[in-house]
Design a protein around this ligand. Structure first.
Ligand code: ATP
Ligand code: PRP
Ligand code: NIO
Length: 487
């Protein structure tokens, strides 16, 4: 999609510094040195207790098309440094032109619930290639993960209702709109108003009508009658243009006319005022007139908190139209996912662990070639343990809380476990079949059902346990001490 939108290859969709570093690696003979990078986030968005991974299929498409076109190379050749001389020499540009993606990629499947510090994606390959991919991979995964998580939160509030995504007009540009529609669907929405997303992603499309339709007639009743005449199988009438209660009564008149013609009134939509009060009143009026099955759609700057509040007030809304606050992730417009070097192969062909130190413990990266093992019992997910695939990890592994090493947990055979990072690319070739979007969507709901209720709540959610396997914890601690000179 984005390819056609910009009519170019997307390999330059990266930050310039990735290319300057790539040049530096190449000049210093390090371009092909094997490296391992991890993509992870440090904190759940929206103050929540879980995050829904999303964006892997876009990342796979991106990586499958990776490569620099002649036009890309020509453009890079025009870039100059502070002395007005070319930034990159010809031979390097030739190297880029011939570059073939040949990394290994492991990733956690889209639609999986994930937690801070777990690698969502691990990329192993020539450092130059891994480096160039930092920005696009973060761009693809951060945003979609954010929106899928936001949508999942809304789905938790309204498990049995229909959720419609109405955000395109407020989205962050065309690509923001398209990817948000897809991620919202995966996260738990039932349909979108975005017709292109419907076409390209196979998402159901749904819609009502706007105030302008009503305003373009002399009376509201005439506007409703006309709409019902021409679209008798899609009649959800927006009743709040003038007087909401009168609007509901007019909708009922049209509903009765529809029934005579063998159709029915699908729904009414409320888009302003007190949505609890108005939906309760509208439900009474509709039920009294024999329109018990007619839906009540609500829209107007909704988010999961307002939806929750409306539910608690007894609102009779069974279809929710949500735009701005969903597709822009209004209260937290970015997920702080990062991409860090975790290991590098030396000249002797041995892996060396790498960490990025930080004053704040939370920001010190974890070294090694990591995998995430998720333990579960009959009631659902119990804990996730990050371990290094090069270390022997027995069934009786010990997990250490990285923020408090005195908190340790021993696993045994009573738990079932699954390693979450799956092979996606081997030596640049895709070896993973992307699941159908419907399967990914179902996966989200199943995953959420495996979380403890406390982890799903919005206010002060329970922290799901994620720790480091004892061997990895010790390796990390030793490396930090060595780097700080306290060995
Ligand atoms: N009963 C309710 N409890 C909590 N929030 C509500 C309730 N009813 C509506 N809201 C929310 O309150 C906000 C009201 O928005 P606003 O002040 O713009 O009023 P409005 O009636 O929509 O006016 P306008 O005609 O300008 O759209 C919206 O976000 C809406 O979803
Ligand atoms: O409120 P959102 O969650 O973004 O949902 C989409 C909104 O877009 C439409 O109106 P628009 O906001 O364009 O105009 P209006 O506020 O005047 O109805 C619709 O009526 C919703 O209110
Ligand atoms: O179909 C609707 O009702 C709709 C679509 C987009 C934005 N607001 C409402």
């Amino acid at each position: 999609m984005i390819n056609r939108l910009y009519d170019t290859s997307l390999s330059l969709l990266t930050d310039l510094y990735q290319l300057t570093m790539a040049y530096g690696y190449w000049k210093s003979g390090k371009a092909e040195q094997e490296a391992v990078f991890n993509l992870y986030f440090r904190k759940h968005p929206f103050g929540g207790g879980f995050t829904v991974a999303c964006g892997l299929s876009s990342a796979i498409s991106y990586l499958n098309e990776y490569g620099f076109s002649k036009k890309d190379i020509r453009y890079l050749g025009t870039l100059t440094g502070s002395d007005d001389q070319p930034l990159f020499e010809e031979d390097f540009l030739e190297y880029l032109r011939n570059l073939e993606f040949k990394c290994d990629v492991e990733a956690i499947a889209e639609g999986t619930v994930v937690f801070p510090n777990e690698p969502l994606l691990r990329i192993t390959g020539p450092i130059l290639q891994c480096q160039l991919l930092e920005t696009p991979l973060l761009n693809l995964i951060n945003f979609q993960t954010l929106i899928a998580t936001k949508a999942a939160r809304m789905r938790l509030v309204a498990p049995d209702d229909a959720l419609l995504e109405f955000g395109l007009r407020r989205a962050q540009g065309p690509d923001g709109g398209m990817t948000a529609s897809r991620a919202a669907y995966i996260g738990g929405f039932d349909a979108t108003s975005n017709v292109l997303a419907g076409k390209l992603y196979g998402i159901p499309v749904k819609g009502t009508h706007a105030h302008s339709w009503v305003m373009s007639f002399d009376t509201e009743l005439e506007s409703f009658e006309t709409y019902a005449r021409y679209l008798p199988n899609n009649v959800t009438l927006l009743v709040d243009t003038y007087d909401t209660i009168q609007g509901v009564k007019n909708a009922i008149i049209v509903g009765q006319q529809l029934r005579v013609r063998g159709h029915d009134l699908g729904g009414i939509r409320l888009d302003s005022g007190d949505l609890a009060y108005l939906s309760i009143e509208a439900r009474k009026i509709l039920d009294a007139a024999g329109f018990e099955k007619t839906s009540i759609v609500a829209s107007n700057d909704l988010d999961e908190h307002i939806m929750d509040s409306l539910k608690q007030q007894g609102a009779k809304i069974n279809v929710w139209g949500v735009g701005t606050k969903l597709v822009t992730a209004y209260d937290q417009p970015a997920l702080g996912g990062v991409y860090k070097l975790a290991a590098l192969k030396n000249e002797r062909g041995e892996w060396e662990n790498k960490v990025k130190l930080s004053e704040q413990t939370i920001k010190t990266s974890t070294p090694g070639i990591q995998q995430v093992r998720r333990y579960r019992n009959d009631r659902g997910f119990v804990a996730d343990m990050i371990f290094d695939v090069r270390m022997e990890v027995s069934e009786k592994a010990t997990m250490v809380d990285p923020y408090d090493f005195t908190r340790q947990r021993r696993f045994d055979t009573r738990y079932q476990s699954e390693d979450l990072l799956k092979p996606i690319f081997r030596a640049g070739k895709q070896c993973y079949e992307i699941p159908a979007i419907e399967d990914t969507k179902q996966r989200v709901q199943h995953q959420l059902s495996q979380l403890h209720e406390g982890t799903r709540r919005f206010v002060n959610p329970h922290t799901y346990p994620v720790g480091l396997e004892k061997g990895l914890f010790d390796t990390k601690t030793a490396l930090i001490l060595k780097l700080r000179g306290g060995e």
